[in-house]
Design a protein around this ligand. Structure first.
Ligand SMILES: Nc1nc2c(ncn2[C@@H]2O[C@H](COP(=O)(O)OP(=O)(O)O)[C@@H](O)[C@H]2O)c(=O)[nH]1
Ligand SMILES: [Mg+2]
Length: 273
């Protein structure tokens, strides 16, 4: 499999940051708690200069807590406060606000807002996060990445202001492993990668790390050989084409969707050590 990536995306990342960085005091970097490093753009350090950066491990409700804790420590050792958050459940928001409180200008006496921008790869949950911070449906969720027009700020009382247009940070895909992680979690479009390839890769991981999730979800007596697993899941789900052939493409789509919706269980794909 060849990883094609668009150089234009990197330029876009840089432009978004250049346009907005001087408006804010803090950059809130959203990472996917299931694939923290794969969803991080390693160039961000250069792009944000001396700005304070706080890391949000979003979708923590879909990741394994002990792995998330390890990642929090990892980023703290790198010098960045990190907080596990579930934007859909509103978990971790309070802790994050407390951390942002540390960046409040001492001279402002609460009058001047602390401005922050939210950045992250597509689908990491930027809009959901902003809504969760604002406790209302202000930013559009799930839409196509739009163009930044006039700057709008969302007030988070009493003293935080978030730029309402999140910065879409294109990931820097440095390996096939990262590309798979990003594709499996839904950050990059599937058209770039083959569905069945992705499903195979995910099933390989799950067979090794979480066989009990697979047997439970797909009603398998045991895990068959890797070449047979996808087919067996298709059979168990009744995904047969006319003629009796197993529809492995449909099976792949279902497995990926169920993983992304958290239906198999809490699963962290990227582990430390
Ligand atoms: N389970 C879970 N899903 C989330 C979370 N945050 C966002 N999502 C979902 O991820 C998808 C993309 O979210 P969105 O906010 O549009 O991402 P954006 O592209 O970064 O703005 C949506 O289906 C959200 O419901 C989270 O913390 N937990
Ligand atoms: Mg969005």
């Amino acid at each position: 499999m060849d990883i094609q990536w668009y150089p234009g995306h990197m330029k876009k990342t840089k432009n978004i940051l250049k346009e907005n960085i001087n408006l804010v005091k803090v950059v809130i970097e959203l990472l996917d708690a299931r694939v923290p490093l794969s969803s991080q753009n390693p160039d961000l350090k250069d792009l944000t200069g001396n700005k304070k950066r706080v890391i949000v491990l979003n979708k923590a409700d879909l990741a394994e807590d002990h792995h998330t804790d390890a990642w929090v420590n990892y980023f703290k050792e790198e010098g960045y406060p990190a907080v596990p958050v579930s934007s859909v459940k509103g978990h971790g928001i309070k802790q994050l606000k407390a951390i942002l409180g540390n960046y409040k200008a001492p001279s402002s006496k609460g009058k001047r807002p602390t401005r922050a921008m939210v950045i992250g790869v597509p689908n990491v949950g930027k809009s959901s996060f902003i809504n969760s911070m604002a406790k209302k449906s202000a930013a559009k969720i799930g839409g196509v990445p739009g163009v930044t027009r006039g700057k709008q700020w969302i007030k988070i009382p009493p003293w935080i202001e978030l730029l309402d247009t999140p910065g879409i940070l294109w990931p820097k895909i440095e390996s096939q492993y990262m590309a798979f992680n990003l594709a499996i979690t839904g950050a990059i479009k599937f058209e770039l990668l083959d569905y069945e390839d992705l499903a195979y890769r995910l099933l390989e991981f799950l067979s090794r790390e979480k066989p009990e999730y697979l047997t439970a979800r797909y009603k398998l007596k045991k895990i068959p050989a890797s070449g047979e697993l996808l087919k067996q899941i298709g059979i168990n789900r009744g995904l047969l084409r006319t003629g009796g052939e197993v529809d492995t493409l449909k099976a792949s789509e279902i497995i990926l969707k169920e993983f992304r919706d958290g239906l198999l269980g809490k699963i962290t794909l990227e582990h430390l050590s």
